[in-house]
Design a binder for this molecule. Structure first.
Ligand SMILES: [Zn+2]
Length: 342
């Protein structure tokens, strides 16, 4: 990116109500067959248009073709039985009915590459594509085959690497791995979490990012946040290892959060996608609020490495709210861009 402070979103954006029930996670599709395939494409195009209209610099598919950021990827893999469901505790926080790993996991064909090619044809802007990270994938499944979180994570890392290489070939500029689990499982993170993530990016020439957040604005997450006290130091666990890793960019939740901004010093040298939009409120930030968060971050990250972003995905929000927030992000970033350029 030549532009200073390029804006982007963490990932998902709301879907149109004709495609899926709005303001809901795991919302069922309203179409089927060919109409669904076409509807997803139309929604992707619409989502791109909304990002462009709001002045977002690094665009995405808005995750319009996925029901969920983890399970949709897993649906395309061998070895996972979606009819055999078990209730597991996700992120050590809330129970969900998830599919079961019943045999060796494998990817027979690409999952998102056709969507990426389609998006690439629609725009010359840089594209960021989100994939789930290995540790977050195993945390959204019941494993009756490997019976080892670590073994399964290494298998998923291999599969993610295959997908990522095809996305890169399709013209994706930044591949992001979503690892909210990095904010929860600190021992595993240090034992093998960052290592499996590095396996997932092996051999990639495009830029790579990891998104670590406190989750969507759903009740289980907002309740959990209330228990975390006045200083959220979870990032401190992952940052030293990530600073030494080959990951280029780190996407963080900083708007309305209790994350001490000076923690960012621990990843000095990395590009920081800084969450300056809260996805758990029904209020649109003012551009000045966004600017204020970015200014604070600039104490700890060089301006050429600061990427204004949202805290997390916006799938559960209303479209109007998400549009307002995207606009606030780009307007707020522009205020600080002008200040930096002096
Ligand atoms: Zn997130």
């Amino acid at each position: 990116m030549n532009k200073l402070l390029p804006t982007s979103t963490a990932g998902s954006l709301p879907k149109p109500s004709w495609l899926a029930e709005p303001e809901k996670l795991w919302s069922p599709w309203k179409l089927e067959g060919e109409a669904l395939r076409e509807g997803k494409r139309d929604a992707l195009r619409l989502s791109l248009h909304e990002q462009q209209h709001a002045g977002i610099d690094i665009v995405s598919d808005g995750e319009q073709t996925r029901q969920h950021f983890v399970t949709t990827f897993i649906e395309h893999l061998d070895g996972v039985d979606f009819s055999k469901r078990e209730t597991v505790r996700i992120r050590d926080r809330y129970d969900a009915s998830v599919p079961t790993v019943v045999g060796s996991v494998a990817r027979q064909k690409s999952v998102f590459v056709e969507d990426a090619i389609y998006l690439r044809q629609l725009t010359d802007q840089p594209i960021k594509w989100a994939l789930p990270g290995p540790m977050t994938m195993i945390d959204t499944l019941y494993d009756a085959h490997y019976k080892s979180r670590e073994k399964l994570a290494w298998e998923f890392a291999k599969i993610l690497n295959q997908e990522a290489k095809e996305l890169e070939a399709a013209g994706v500029d930044i591949i992001q791995f979503d690892e909210p689990a990095f904010n929860v499982f600190f021992d595993e993170l240090n034992d093998w979490g960052v290592a499996t993530l590095e396996r997932a990016i092996e051999g990639l020439k495009c830029e790579t990012a990891v998104h670590i957040c406190y989750g969507y604005g759903i009740k289980a997450n907002t309740d959990w946040k209330k228990t975390l006290g006045s200083e959220w130091r979870q990032y401190e666990e992952a940052f030293p290892k990530l600073q030494k890793s080959k990951i280029d960019m780190i996407s963080l939740e900083c708007q309305n959060s209790h994350v001490p901004m000076d923690l960012i010093e621990l990843i000095r040298g990395k590009k920081v996608m800084l969450g300056a939009i809260d996805v758990a409120t029904n209020t649109v930030e003012t551009p000045e609020e966004v600017a204020s968060t970015l200014r604070k971050a600039l104490q700890f990250v060089d301006a050429d490495k600061l990427y204004p972003c949202t805290n997390c995905g916006m799938a559960p929000l209303s479209r109007e709210l998400a549009r307002g927030k995207l606009r606030a992000l780009s307007t707020g970033a522009e205020i600080v861009r002008q200040e930096v350029l002096g």
